[in-house]
Ligand binder design. Structure first.
Ligand code: CP
Length: 310
């Protein structure tokens, strides 16, 4: 079985195939063919142990646009509250005929364990502070559309890197696609060891801002930290927030990104989030297309399907 667990596992060819397939699917959708028959008879289970708005809904929309049946499972209100394990929950869903399991879990590595227990494909929809591969793919898709080929493009990722699965997935994928990535954060919000992160590190947002083709702001993840990590919201905003003055110092044509959900007024000012250079809403739209491509490539099952829908 094929899975999508991590962008660190993707070759350049794999990544380009997913992005090109998404581009093809989006052109099909532009011709107002809203629903393709490709995955008729297949079942996709959304298994969410952590809250989600964008990822869960867009996987559901993606699967439905490919005519798959979708089962949404949320840990809240399930027998997880009675102590049922991830393994037993997964085997129960498999017994109901899941061809693919899209999983979000608070524990880093949970999708990798799941992949050893179930027969179907597993897609990581965010595991703890580890990876969120489809987010990085939709981000790369958005950048490619706005900026062209990513080779040599300079991408700056700013904020709570320590807790960010989005940052890790983006750093690996963007490096694979030839971009030069810099992460910017206060020292307390960077991982202690970054030896396997193929990127530069800076503490000075203003120094890298004027050389960036894309600036990706990250949410401060209060739910994953204690107060000692994060002494003052005002100080954080002053040093690491993207406000209109910083926006004005970005190069012409450079774009502003955020995976959502945002803390408006903290890491990004409301007027910056809503400005013409912001791709935040486009990222959400592109998320459906990219997730269609991922499900299509994992589940369509025939070699002729790899390389774009016929
Ligand atoms: N970007 C993202 O993963 O958002 P959700 O948590 O709403 O899915």
């Amino acid at each position: 079985n094929r899975h999508l667990l991590s962008t660190a596992d993707l070759s350049r060819d794999d990544a380009v195939l997913i992005l090109d397939t998404a581009e093809h699917l989006s052109q099909v959708a532009d011709r107002s063919i809203k629903k393709l028959p490709t995955l008729r008879g297949r079942t996709v289970v959304n298994l969410f142990y952590e809250d989600s708005t964008r990822t869960r809904i867009s996987f559901e929309a993606a699967a439905k646009r490919l005519s798959a049946d979708v089962i949404n499972f949320s840990a809240k209100g399930s027998s997880v509250s009675k102590g049922e394990s991830l393994k037993d929950t997964a085997l129960t869903l498999q017994a109901m005929g899941a061809d693919a399991v899209v999983v979000r879990h608070g524990a880093s590595g949970a999708p990798h364990r799941l992949a050893t227990w179930v027969d179907g494909s597993v897609v990581n929809a965010g595991d703890g502070t580890h990876e969120h591969p489809t987010q990085a793919l939709l981000d790369a898709f958005t950048m490619r559309r706005r900026l062209g080929d990513l080779d040599g493009r300079r991408v700056t990722i700013v904020g709570d890197i320590l807790h960010s699965r989005v940052a890790r997935s983006n750093v690996h994928l963007l490096h694979t696609l030839g971009a030069e990535v810099t992460v910017v954060a206060p020292p307390t919000l960077l991982p202690v060891a970054m030896g396997d992160w193929p990127c530069e590190v800076s503490y000075d947002f203003d120094a890298v801002l004027s050389k960036s083709d894309a600036v990706m702001m990250l949410r401060v993840q209060h739910e994953r930290m204690n107060a000692s990590f994060f002494p003052s919201a005002r100080e954080y905003s002053r040093r690491y927030g993207l406000d209109p003055a910083r926006l004005a110092r970005m190069p012409e044509g450079a774009i502003v990104m955020h995976p959502g959900p945002m803390n408006r007024g903290m890491e990004i000012a409301a007027e910056v989030a809503d400005c013409a250079r912001s791709t935040i809403v486009e990222q959400v739209t592109n998320g459906v297309t990219v997730r269609m491509a991922v499900l299509y490539l994992l589940l369509s099952g025939s070699e002729s399907a790899i390389g774009g829908p016929q």
